[in-house]
Design a protein around this ligand. Sequence first.
Ligand code: ISE
Length: 357
Amino acid sequence: MTTAETRAGALPDLADVPARDLRVAVLGVGMMGADHVARLYSRISGASVVAVSDAFADKAGQVAATVPGCRVVGDPLAAIADDDVDAVLVATPGRFHEEQVLACIERGKPVLCEKPLTMDATSSLGIVRAEEEYTARTGRRLVTVGFMRRFDPEYAELKALIDAGGLGEPLVVHCAHRNAAVPPHFTSEMMVNDSVVHEVDVTRFLLGEEIAAVTVLRPRATRHAVAGQSDPLLVLFETTGGRMVDVECFVSTGVGYEVRTEVVGEDGSAMIGLDPGLVRTSGGPSGAARSSGIAPDFRQRFGRAYDIELQRWVDAARRGEVDGPGAWDGYAAQAVCAAGVEALRTGQRTEIRLEPR
Ligand code: ISE
């Protein structure tokens, strides 16, 4: 099939994909992208990484050398257009996502895009609309957004418990999201956009409704906060159904990676994220030593979630489907984060108005 035919809306060559491996290009092989290349090569069935692309050619070469038959393609758009590429994993910096995801839609190629979908709600909505237009022509969707927590067995179990009515009506959710440390350029806005964004998605996933308003409070900052940063932040979401979610986001604890979520319902409560072997007292002079059960960072804590996410993405792409958070989830998350950044700046409760779905 020619590119012109693909542009005209005919189905791309995925029809024969179930018979062979899905040929994947990974764009961006920094920390997350390189992790995904290793994962696709060693733990995921039904896929081969055939191309990698990165602004740092040396890095791309090093990663390509770890996978037999993998090529370096300098231009990410050329990798997307390549006839020998069936599907694309986007792990480049967020500012490149819009162009790359739109190019995947234009070529009719399934794409797994790491969060954020794009850098703002308007451009994320543009992706929603571009995919809608593709779906209207072909009956197929293409875009998956990498909110990996949905694939974590603990979050999946919590979701199943809520959906089965095991807690009665959920009323309140308490979240803690703590990182041991962040790089010096990590601002308070990034705490909202890069970290709290996961609780935005978790809220929408667990409660099955949109977030209508957000408030951000700045408690006294830790002396370990990077210059100019308000760390920790307390964030409050109000959902369209009147439920409330509080998030403590604390990114310089010096201890480890702690992500906890407790759902309080009319008939009970349930908590996840209590790592095995956890000693509850973290921090303090001997605390770090006593809290050896805490994962050092998200790649360990959510390693299983990333594996499941990628396997399901590959399986779904081979069937010509999407199985996971999609473009709308990416858009809704961007809209809430934009309101969160505004709430951080003004100190005011800020409402979110999503476009019609
Ligand atoms: C990072 O970008 C992530 O996505 C992690 O899951 C999150 O815990 C961390 O705070 C972010 O910086």
